[in-house]
Design a protein around this ligand. Structure first.
Ligand code: C5P
Length: 222
């Protein structure tokens, strides 16, 4: 699943629950590496230094929580500075190669155990699992995504403004679309994606639409 143009939300996790499968949120790896680098004073623009931190990075998915070297960073990696940092280090080819390798290993292991795996990230259908049985390009307008993100920050002190969030999302999309390696798919339909714009849909409607598509393709029984 490419959750490319949408604010962070729980849909993939809930879809995985409905399918009694596993949710693999790949952004957590990029975000965790950014956090690790920031905490250890590594300049995110310095590809060599960032790459040298990869052997120190262990990201584990445990009961819906993200563990970075055994520390629970589930909330910490949602910070907008970390999202920005993740998109900076995500342009580094060695970083992508290693994280894609790790994602493929986790996915294959779960599939071998007979699990349905819902993989979320911007390069999943093109690079990580190009043979996935259903590739979803989940999209929404930047304004809707910014509003969703604002809602998520509502309980936080010093929450960024709507305008700041909007500008931030636009900048990140641009960086993710223009990077040389694994950019966001430009013409997802041509690449075989099921394109779903959920700007006017609730989370429940989004998941229902995916279930309908899975059934239509006979990937799921009625
Ligand atoms: O999906 P999420 O918003 O958590 O991703 C944060 C950043 O990590 C993205 O903006 C993108 O630059 C990078 N990323 C990526 N490939 C993925 C997942 C995330 O390049 N599969």
């Amino acid at each position: 699943m490419v959750r490319s143009h949408q604010a962070k939300e729980q849909s993939p996790k809930k879809l995985a629950l409905r399918l009694e499968g596993i949710d693999l949120y790949t952004g957590a790896m990029y975000r965790s590496l950014a956090l690790l680098c920031i905490n250890s004073g590594v300049n995110l623009e310095n590809a060599k230094e960032v790459t040298s931190r990869l052997p120190d990075l262990t990201v584990a998915y445990v009961q819906g929580r993200i563990l970075l070297n055994d520390a629970d960073v589930t909330e910490a990696i949602q910070d907008s500075a970390i999202a920005e940092g993740a998109s900076i280090i995500a342009v580094i080819p060695e970083v992508r190669k290693e994280l894609v390798r790790r994602q493929q290993a986790i996915g294959k292991e779960e599939i071998a155990r007979g699990k349905i795996v819902v993989v979320e990230g911007r390069d999943i259908g093109t690079t990580v699992f190009p043979q996935a049985v259903l590739k979803i390009y989940l999209t929404a307008t930047v304004e809707v995504r910014a509003k969703r993100r604002l809602l998520q920050y509502s309980h936080q002190e010093n929450a960024p403004s709507y305008e700041a969030i909007l500008a931030h999302i636009k900048k990140r999309d641009e960086r993710d679309s223009k990077r040389e390696i694994d950019p966001l798919a430009k013409d997802p339909e041509k690449l075989g994606y099921f394109v779903l714009d959920n700007s006017d849909m609730s989370e429940r409607e989004t998941i229902d639409a995916i279930i309908v598509e899975l059934k239509r393709r006979k990937l799921l029984n009625d």
